[in-house]
Unconditional design. Structure first.
Length: 566
């Protein structure tokens, strides 16, 4: 275990293994199938599967499916897809809390018979009122003193479906004066006459998460139950249930700080709002912080795993800069993505002294980071496209790109000099540049030693592929949209989070790019062929991240240990 990767959870597990407390480490990733997984879940997935693998253990995938009103098979399927895409495999260890409904019910009856649970007939509002506050103790329910026989009878009738929703609940009998509100006779079961996506109409009552989760962990022989900090106050209840039932296996619950990412929201409720209100194009919209959204946008699983390792595991909540995630993606794609030239805002260029009927093929490097990727041939002709921003008729100071009378290098090709500017007579807009080229500069050098200060990318007009390119940016304009007081987070959506450019001019090879393929557009950024909207012969490109790496510059200025590792 290297010092750079150490964290308090690794230390706990390593100590347990070295002391012989556990013969084999068993962890679990326990999502609720009520939405798509997001980047915060990715941290938990990497942690749970990663710890198990590191200590030669196993990790279970378990769906905590105890709330059928919000759960769907669509979410079950998407979660399995996301976990596999991230690079993890639960093999035969796929479980559902619903598999344990009968065992959970038996555990509840055991608690009733031991006088540690009772059926309460107060309404939800009345239970809330009896609960007390952080400063005042709660008040016993008038039904807390029901006999064991009465409680068993009522609970069995709840199971038989005799009562309407809300008529009764089963509560643990713990301590209404506890300073921990989670221990003030928490609800264990409720009547909910809703079909379940796996058990159908079999059950008119469902166990609550706090009761289900600890017992599911125990049934499966989990050794380390890794949870985010919001479950810290629930740990006494986790332990109470297992102790009250004298379970053979008592897992250790360990809490860590959840991942909060800047310029986005990670609340499932808010993400669902964005989807249902049409503010984004579904759960896999490339602007969404969902794993499926990142996958469609072009992020790699390796980059997300590297990001989760880099941010570390801490005991205090903090907000991680989105630039750090973008840096991980950029760093990964820099090594693997082939390079191409693409002109997103085309400006026509005519090289007047180049033969009209001539086409050359210029040799271009596929990836300077990986010589094994070789090179490709790129057609060059008399009429080209360059980026509109690469020309200024009246260039400002320190603008070294193309301008009237100025010479620049065309990447992999020749030096060209702008000799004339053609404008639209109606608008005055520049619509074409007239240039000359120096045949002696093929390949980018000048035999007479003259230098140019800029190199521009280009695409041959006769060979260009027209394509739509989507420029994705951060979904919100505020760094912490959740934290802005008296403001609906939806009003903070970035109006330029998606800009679609039509009629972009791309190298001809990109016309055959397959859905999911990733590449760098030279001087533009990293892009991916959209997996949903691309069709044969007409790929649509999503920008993954721009080339500019703000986090790399921020990180260089950070003092040692300031990267947020736990």
């Amino acid at each position: 275990m290297s010092e750079a990767r150490s964290n308090f959870i690794r230390t706990i597990i390593a100590d347990d293994v070295s002391s012989g407390k556990h013969a084999r480490v068993v962890t679990r990733f326990p999502p609720e199938p009520n939405g798509y997984l997001h980047i915060g879940h990715a941290k938990s997935i990497c942690l749970n599967f990663g710890m198990a693998a590191e200590f030669t253990g196993v990790c279970h995938l378990r769906f905590d499916d105890t709330n059928p009103t919000k759960e769907d098979v669509e979410y079950v399927d998407s979660i399995q897809t996301d976990v596999r895409w991230l690079g993890f495999d639960w093999e035969a260890r796929l479980f559902y809390a619903s598999d344990y409904f009968e065992r959970l019910y038996e555990c509840a009856e055991t608690l009733i018979r031991a006088g540690k649970a009772y059926v309460d007939s107060l309404t939800a509002d009345e239970i809330r009122a009896h609960r007390g506050t952080l400063k005042a103790p709660g008040t016993d329910s008038p039904h807390r003193g029901r006999s064991v026989d009465e409680n068993l009878d009522l609970f069995r009738r709840m199971r038989a479906g005799e009562f309407a929703d809300g008529a009764h609940v089963l509560r643990a009998k713990i301590d209404m004066a506890s300073p921990n509100l989670s221990m003030r006779d928490p609800t264990l079961y409720r009547v909910r006459r809703v079909p379940h996506h796996r058990t159908g109409d079999t059950w008119p009552i469902y166990p609550l998460y706090d009761f289900t989760h600890c017992l599911s962990d125990s049934f499966e022989g989990i050794t380390h139950s890794l949870c985010t900090l919001e479950f810290e106050n629930h740990r006494p209840l986790y332990d109470w249930v297992l102790d009250a039932l004298e379970t053979h296996c008592h897992p250790q619950q360990i809490e860590f700080a959840r991942l909060n990412l800047s310029y986005t929201v990670l609340s499932k409720r808010k993400l669902l709002q964005l989807v249902e209100e049409g503010l984004v194009d579904g759960w896999d919209d490339p602007r969404m912080p969902t794993i499926s959204g990142f996958r469609r946008r072009g992020y790699t699983p390796e980059s997300i795993r590297d990001f989760c390792e880099e941010i570390g595991v801490a005991k205090r909540d903090s907000v991680v800069d989105m630039a750090m995630l973008e840096h991980s993606v950029r760093n990964d794609l820099n090594k693997r993505a082939p390079r191409f030239m693409a002109v997103l805002h085309p400006l026509r260029v005519v090289i007047e002294n180049y033969p009209e009927d001539q086409t050359e093929e210029m040799e271009a490097v596929n990836n300077p980071e990986d010589p094994a990727m070789g090179s490709r041939r790129v057609p060059f002709s008399r009429v080209l496209y360059i980026e509109r921003d690469d020309f200024r008729e009246d260039p400002p100071r320190k603008f070294f790109r193309l301008a009237p009378g100025r010479e620049v290098r065309l990447r992999y090709a020749y030096y060209v000099r702008c000799t004339d500017v053609v404008k639209d007579p109606a608008t005055g807009e520049v619509v074409e540049l007239r240039c000359t080229y120096d045949p002696a500069t093929q390949g980018g050098g000048s035999p007479d030693g003259r230098k140019v200060k800029a190199t521009l990318h280009w695409v041959s007009a006769a060979h260009a592929v027209d394509a739509d390119v989507r420029l994705y940016d951060r979904l919100f304009v505020h760094e912490t949209p959740d934290a802005v007081k008296d403001t609906d987070f939806r009003t903070l959506i970035n109006p330029e989070s998606l800009v679609t450019l039509r009629g972009c001019k791309l190298e001809p090879a990109l016309g055959q790019a397959q859905p999911g393929a990733r590449m760098q557009f030279e001087r533009q950024g990293y892009f991916c062929v959209d997996t949903v909207d691309s069709v044969a012969g007409g790929p649509v490109f999503n920008r993954v991240v721009p080339l500019r790496d703000t986090w790399a510059r921020i990180e260089k200025k950070q003092p040692t240990g300031a990267s947020g590792k736990g």
